[in-house]
Design a protein around this ligand. Sequence first.
Ligand code: KG4
Ligand code: ZN
Length: 342
Amino acid sequence: TDEPLVLGIETSCDETGVGIVRGHTLLADTVASSVEEHARFGGVVPEVASRAHLEAMVPTIERAAETAGVALSDIDAIAVTSGPGLAGALLVGVASAKALAIGLGKPIYGVNHLAAHVAVDQLEHGPLPEPCLAMLVSGGHSSLLEVTDVTVGVEPMGSTIDDAAGEAFDKVARLLGLPFPGGPHIDKQARSGNSVAIDFPRGLTSRRDLERHRFDFSFSGLKTAVARWVETQQREGVTIDVADVAASFQEAVCDVLTRKAIDAATSRGIEDILIGGGVAANSRLRAMAEERATAAGIRVRVPRPGLCTDNGAMVAALGAELVARGRTPSLLDLPADSSLPI
Ligand code: KG4
Ligand code: ZN
């Protein structure tokens, strides 16, 4: 086969990810996470993450090559997340990718983390639908992006004006005494809860807000509403039904996310929505998006949960696409850019 063999490195947050793909075929997706080390702080500590990446990098690359059954010398190109993300964490990935590229004498491609979240879907569902509307929802970002050509970039239509969706899940989970990261625990609790038990606010959906923030999100008011509700119950000595709070909170988040994603797609005549980022693993979000999109005549693609969270395969997938479409590699002075524009 003449499809490019690409190794991708992702270190923008707390996952040291190394993926290897051949074209659209996933050969290895090895992730070492420092999430446990951050758990007691209730959030990712940048310095801890950088150090963990440094320790995990070489063993993770070796494990990925072993899993893929390839020799590093067979790799055609190296792709690496150059931003956005935590500065020190990105630096470890970019420096490692440069070392590999120089050592192997192969081209290096610096990629945008958000575009990589989009490109990963081709490993599961084949060629990307372009144009598509991408909704990226994770602990660090919540954005609606128009994607015309993923190798050129992604155009932001809207994003959160305060907390990211995953951050809201994590903060509410903490309020409810659930472990970090809280998203999966809320998801699980919500299954046995009543989603209409409590009517939590839907951020930026009033007619006035829609004028200025039609495709933007706000989750901090929702988080505060949950905190107040919990406090009130406690003050009145009422036992909190964690499942009901989780289900009602989750319903509010998913309602706004799916409503705005479909509105954004419809407004540009786009017929495919792609969901990525850690929160895309949420079972209610998947079901609601599917149901509402179908009603609007829109198709939805969501990669399997393991590909939605940060990983190296997504970077390799975008790298393979850059090679396949003949894009020019990055220069070896490629910077790690924490505030890389989308
Ligand atoms: O993409 P990701 O692994 O890392 C970044 O933040 O970039 O996303 C992690 C986020 C966390 O906030 C986590 O709580 C959330 O994704 N998450 C979920 C679920 N699984 C992970 N949120 C809701 N429901 C889930 N099932
Ligand atoms: Zn991410």
